[in-house]
Design a binder for this molecule. Structure first.
Ligand code: GLN
Length: 504
């Protein structure tokens, strides 16, 4: 039974919970058993909250038995990316500088999960401060891709994607600054959404680059992603960039999905050179599928998209260097006293930051500080902001012709652990297709579109929509998922090899 429970989608599990067929304690125990059986190999989790999770589950079961009306995902387990603060669990953002820190408050996203009576299983691994595309920059060791344990699960949210792909949790949360939800979804055969900037609160999420960061849902199906998205979206007065308006139900968009007359634009600049042949092949088939399903497909140009990665790696380090200034050994987490020299506050801060930050974080702080320094500001940061505007205008022009845009989510399938870890530029290029959406603030999604011929590994279709129109992502992805699952005879994750379970 517990084997079956972990394979249920969140929507199915919610139905079983509502009908009383399954209890939340049973479902939660099944997830915890699975974590203890496989996470030694996968390493999706940095912290597992067995006791607290089972206590929440028991409380939900008790209230349900007492006849209380509960929210739709009540009692469903979820994993939380360690970038989000949690008042009863450590929060490290993948960094040694926050080792052992237990925040005094919950992030708004976490608050939403608790208010919806969801069961928090624990915190998932990530690249340090969400900088990276492979989860290898985590200070706590890499996460492994459940499809092939020698390969990366994507990043920075590799832990959340792997937890979901390995059936350790039906749902997870993520943060996407340049692709950290969508790229992991692409390489693990899962679904991930970066919402419109400002739709999901960033309050209590440890900031990487505040003008790019957006929290979002991670799941195995499009409907599950929508159900979680519906739980976490909404205005938050504590986040000054939070949008105050009503949003449609994304779950309804999935249930009513119909592509007739939908205008789909293929981004010409994201289909050719630099993309693995197997990725391009699956993408071309996905485009054919969209046409057959009734969409009007055309090619569109986004001429400045090729400059997105360069602009991003000036804007992101600039904002990150400022955001990370708060980690100084005075306020949070670790403090390291200088080994030599006088014990001044400055020397303590320098020793703390030297010991607490990893090489990628230091690289970006130096780059960002340089890009913002007097005399270089206009040349680097100012220039990058102009490029950002040009990319936004590309999207505005494209969306005057079409309803959604599509591309492959990433240029390649999951690469081997270690392959790019010492080559920052190669690492940065994994996000060529995802970064433009963050620069423009528009929503984007990755949905499985098959497996590459070269290595049998999953690849994702990226769908982009104009700001405020996240529901369009769900319309397109729901049809793609429905048609492809029917063609394959089972969901894509059904083709992943079984993980070896340690004896329980
Ligand atoms: N890989 C990108 C980076 O390293 C994206 C990170 C993210 O979305 N958090 O910055």
């Amino acid at each position: 039974m517990s084997e079956d429970l972990i394979r249920l989608t969140a929507a199915e599990l919610a139905d079983h919970l509502a009908s009383g067929e399954v209890s939340s304690v049973e479902a939660t125990q099944a997830s915890l058993d699975r974590i203890h059986a496989v996470d030694g190999e996968v390493h999706a989790f940095l912290h597992v909250a067995d006791k607290a999770a089972l206590a929440t589950a028991a409380e939900v079961d008790r209230r349900r038995a007492a006849g209380e009306e509960l929210p739709s995902l009540a009692g469903v387990p979820i994993a939380v990316k360690d970038v989000m603060t949690t008042k009863d669990m450590p929060t490290t953002s993948g960094s040694k500088i926050l080792e052992g820190w237990v925040p005094p408050y919950d992030a708004t996203v976490v608050e939403h999960l608790r208010n919806h009576d969801m069961v928090l299983l624990g915190k998932t691994n990530m690249d340090e401060f969400a900088m990276g595309s492979s989860t290898e920059y985590s200070a706590y060791g890499p996460t492994h891709n459940p499809w092939d344990l020698d390969r990366i699960p994507g990043g920075s949210g590799g832990g959340s994607a792997a937890a979901v792909a390995a059936f350790e949790a039906p749902l997870a949360t993520g943060s996407d600054t340049g692709g950290s939800i969508r790229f992991p979804a692409h390489v693990t055969g899962t679904v991930g959404v970066k919402p419109t900037y400002g739709q999901v609160s960033r309050w209590g999420a440890i900031a990487l680059a505040s003008s790019l960061d957006q929290m979002g849902p991670v799941a195995r199906t499009v409907l599950d992603t929508a159900l979680l998205h519906d739980v976490i979206k909404g205005h938050d007065p504590k986040d000054s960039t939070s949008i105050n308006r009503e949003w449609p139900s994304f779950a309804d968009a999935v249930r009513q999905a119909d592509l007739s007359g939908v205008r789909v634009g293929v981004i010409r600049q994201l289909t050719g050179e630099g993309f693995q042949a197997g990725v391009r092949a699956r993408f071309n088939e996905a485009v054919t599928l969209l046409t057959k399903a009734g969409a009007d497909v055309v090619e569109v140009d986004c001429p400045h998209i090729g400059s997105a990665v360069a602009a991003y790696y000036l804007i992101l380090p600039a904002e990150a260097s400022s955001n990370l200034a708060r980690f100084d050994g005075v306020r949070y987490g670790r403090r390291v006293m200088p080994e030599t020299g006088p014990e001044t506050v400055e020397n303590m801060m320098a020793a703390t930051r030297e010991a607490g930050f990893g090489p990628e974080v230091k690289r970006r702080i130096i780059l960002g500080t340089y890009a913002l320094s007097a005399g270089y500001y206009d040349q680097f940061y100012g220039q990058a902001q102009k490029v950002r505007t040009l990319i936004q205008r590309d999207f505005d022009a494209a969306f005057s012709q079409v309803d959604v845009l599509v591309s492959p989510t990433g240029p390649t399938t999951a690469f081997k652990l270690g392959a790019k870890v010492n080559d920052p530029l190669a690492m940065y290029l994994n996000d060529v297709a995802t970064i433009p959406a963050n620069l423009a603030g528009i929503p984007g999604m990755s949905v499985p579109m098959g497996r590459a011929d070269e290595d049998g590994l999953p690849v994702g279709l990226q769908v982009l929509a104009p700001a405020m129109h996240d529901e369009r992502l769900y319309t397109v992805a729901a049809v793609v998922e429905r048609e492809l699952t029917a063609a394959w005879g089972k969901p894509l994750l059904g083709f992943a090899p079984e993980l070896k379970e340690a004896s329980k």
